[in-house]
Write a protein that binds this ligand. Structure first.
Ligand code: GDP
Ligand code: IMO
Ligand code: MG
Length: 423
């Protein structure tokens, strides 16, 4: 009767895709609640690696139904690229993939607007994935958006033309309007819409209410991370949706009192891709090691991810906002070989020490204050039980649990499904 949530506590790419895949065998329905193809969720099993953008990460399991919720924004072009990539797996999408009528569509012109807006910002750019996320959510909240359900309406084409025309007018106001690619993109878009009509498009909130009544187990899958949340993230360097727990209520139509566990995922260090403040960011050999060993390249854009030490000020904030009940620590294996592991416990600012996440997390003002823990040299990637872990790694886990006042229930020691240790 209840719903569990899984979401990232840092700046995204914590390993949500892997953990959703690992947990799916215990659930009947996996439901994505926000974001769009800005997400890149990586899964590895049986020697294969998959990156999903819009499709929920339970899609490889034989039974679970995967639902793209109303809070998601869908680019039909990217959606069909994902569908094509899944062709070798013979997935019966008719049975296993549902799309909310109320999810909003990303139009080709939304992508052009995203690019024009970023270019116009110059040095202050957000570092967007340029998938049209911001402009699509702007149209949604501005009450101009087009929803998946609209593709069946007799005035669909009219609606599409009207919004596109409006976007073209707005684009003219930008110096660099990126207008040239439109015809090509539009042809693929129109074809994708025709294909989309063949998919199972549902009243998703109704579907989920019925499922809850029937006692089905639902796992809501978040995208991005809490520090990219439109309200609580490092604004304006955020994404345009509610990435925190509340987003599962609005993005799926689930009541707050139906939520049971909130699984918060974090990396044993920290990464960020795109612009914006990152107090514990490193610019030395340590970050190079983290980037190389952790393979820290964006799953959507291929950009290098910025790396740094774990930030407890930020993590405590995320845990509070989301009501996290259990933690999952990813990528501890990447820290093997570091002599000392640093943990940021507070920020030193011009106003003194601060142990809560401030209004303006600007890089210049904030100096992270670190505690140091002893590192470990053992390779963790082949370990299968908690008892095999080196004592210093256990010390690190226990230190974090104590500081974060939340149990760490899963420790991940590699990208593969099998490299997952339960406590
Ligand atoms: P998501 O967006 O939260 O789903 O995360 P991404 O897929 O963008 O990035 C996480 C990356 O780390 C992917 O390349 C995963 O395959 C990889 N990964 C996940 N867990 C682990 C782990 O415990 N150790 C290592 N080394 N890699 C991991
Ligand atoms: P997953 O689900 C990491 C970042 C972008 C940029 C900012 C705004 O894989 O964790 P947008 O395209 O939304 O306008 O970009 O947010 N960003 C992500 N960073 N992981 C993601 O998703 C991200 N989705 C967006 O890099 O800084
Ligand atoms: Mg990702």
């Amino acid at each position: 009767m209840t719903v569990d949530l899984i979401l990232g506590l840092q700046w995204g790419d914590e390993g949500k895709g892997k953990i959703v895949d690992v947990l799916t065998s215990s659930y009947d329905i996996i439901a994505r609640f926000q974001g769009g193809p800005n997400a890149g969720h990586t899964l590895e099993f049986e020697g294969n690696k998959h990156v999903l953008h819009t499709i929920p990460s339970g899609i490889f399991h034989p039974k679970a139904v995967n639902l793209i919720g109303n809070g998601v924004v869908i680019d039909p072009i990217i959606f069909f690229q994902e569908i094509d990539n899944l062709a070798p797996y013979g997935i019966n999408f008719d049975e296993k993939l549902l799309i909310s009528k109320k999810a909003h569509l990303i139009l080709p012109t939304h992508r052009l607007l995203d690019a024009a807006s970023e270019t116009a910002k110059g040095k202050a750019k957000i570092g967007s994935t340029l998938k049209g996320i911001g402009p699509t959510y702007m149209d949604k909240t501005g009450r101009n958006g087009i929803r998946v359900g609209d593709i069946f309406a007799s005035d669909w084409n009219e609606k599409y033309q009207k919004l596109t025309k409006k976007h073209i007018e707005i684009l003219k106001g930008f110096e660099d309007s990126h207008e040239l690619n439109l015809d090509e993109m539009e042809a693929v878009f129109i074809k994708s819409i025709e294909e989309l009509r063949k998919f199972k498009i549902v009243d998703s909130e109704h579907y989920l209410h019925q499922a809850q009544k029937a006692g089905k187990k639902i796992l809501a899958e978040g995208a991005q991370g809490s520090l990219l949340d439109i309200d609580f993230g490092t604004y304006p360097f955020v994404t345009s949706s509610t990435t925190t727990a509340a987003g599962a209520c609005t993005g799926l139509g689930i009541a707050p009192n139906k939520i049971k566990d909130v699984f918060g995922i974090f990396k044993a260090y920290a990464t960020r891709v795109g612009s914006g403040p990152f107090p514990t960011e490193l610019f030395n050999e340590d970050c190079e090691t983290m980037g190389q060993v952790g393979n820290e390249f964006g799953a959507t854009t291929g950009r290098s991810r910025r790396c740094g030490w774990i930030d407890l000020v930020a993590l405590k904030y995320s845990i509070k906002i989301n009501g996290v009940t259990q933690l999952m620590m990813m990528k501890g294996d990447v820290l093997s070989g570091f002599n000392k592991i640093k943990v940021c416990t507070s920020y030193q600012t011009s106003q003194g020490f601060q142990d809560y996440f401030p209004y303006d997390v600007s890089d210049e003002d904030i100096k992270p204050v670190y505690e140091e823990l002893a590192g470990w040299n053992e390779n963790l990637t082949q370990m299968t039980e908690f008892s095999q872990f080196p004592q210093n790694f256990i010390n690190y886990i226990e230190y974090l649990e104590k500081a974060l006042e939340t149990p760490i229930k899963i420790v991940s020691v590699g990208p593969d499904r099998a490299q997952t240790i339960y406590r």
